[in-house]
Write a protein that binds this ligand. Structure first.
Ligand code: DX5
Ligand code: ZN
Length: 220
């Protein structure tokens, strides 16, 4: 039985009440805080950055999983480590020197992840899969919460699970975008370990209860 972690994305929280959202996550069955950083360059949207993350990480009692949707992430890796990131994920498409970026993140003492846009094939990770702690499969185009899940993702997760097994690697598989209790079970069946959910959690009437429903739906 593979462990399945739930990582609610604060992108969908009420930013005027981030403290309340953090307290709710601390008390809930959530495993990680997922923090989405957008630069208006790599993705066509701007979210929040270092000052917000350093305040959240101070109150978070759980792993801070920072998803960088930015160009030149190597310029900011150290700053995100200082801001309290425990996991730092960079995009394959933003990193011509991905191997160096991954080593940099690990040498700063963080877990290192690589994210793939929906069109980026899993096979491109063949020569880096043993170096990363996590692969984030985007199941929507990055930049916005609340989009609908791309069905092709199941196949991609299965391909990645096969690559990890064949390579004797240990990377976690995180899925991000359009995740809800309706597809959580199938995602885990395909091979996912970590489920990110933004609007499914924060747009629901009872976010803590939704997290708990996701957790039960995600049992492998
Ligand atoms: C999208 C972000 C996601 C987003 C998911 O670019 O990476 O983490 O918050 O939101 P939902 O769960 O609403 O698709
Ligand atoms: Zn994300």
């Amino acid at each position: 039985n593979r462990p399945v972690l739930i990582a609610p994305s604060l992108l969908a929280a009420n930013f005027l009440e981030l403290g309340k959202a953090a307290a709710m996550l601390n008390e809930s069955e959530a495993d990680w805080f997922h923090l989405d950083v957008m630069d208006g360059r790599f993705v066509p949207n701007i979210s929040f950055g270092l000052p917000v993350i350093s305040q959240i990480s101070k109150v978070a009692k759980k792993t801070c999983d920072v998803h960088l949707m930015i160009e030149e992430p190597e310029k900011y890796a150290e700053a995100f480590q200082k801001a309290g990131a425990n996991m730092l994920t960079v995009h394959y498409e933003a990193c011509p020197h991905l191997h160096r970026n991954i080593q940099q993140i690990k040498s700063l003492g963080m877990k290192a992840g690589v994210a793939l846009n929906p069109h980026t094939p899993v096979g491109l990770l063949e020569n880096i899969i043993r170096d990363v702690d996590m692969v984030l499969i985007m199941s929507v185009n990055p930049g916005f919460g609340g989009q609908s899940f791309i069905e092709q993702t199941y196949h991609k997760i299965a391909q990645l699970r096969q690559l990890i097994t064949d390579s004797n690697a240990h990377a976690l598989i995180e899925v991000d975008g359009g995740v809800s209790a309706d597809n959580a079970g199938q995602l885990v069946q395909a091979g996912a370990n970590v489920l990110v959910a933004g609007s499914a959690v924060f747009a629901s009437a009872d976010p803590a209860k939704t997290i708990s429903e996701l957790k039960s739906a995600a049992v492998a």
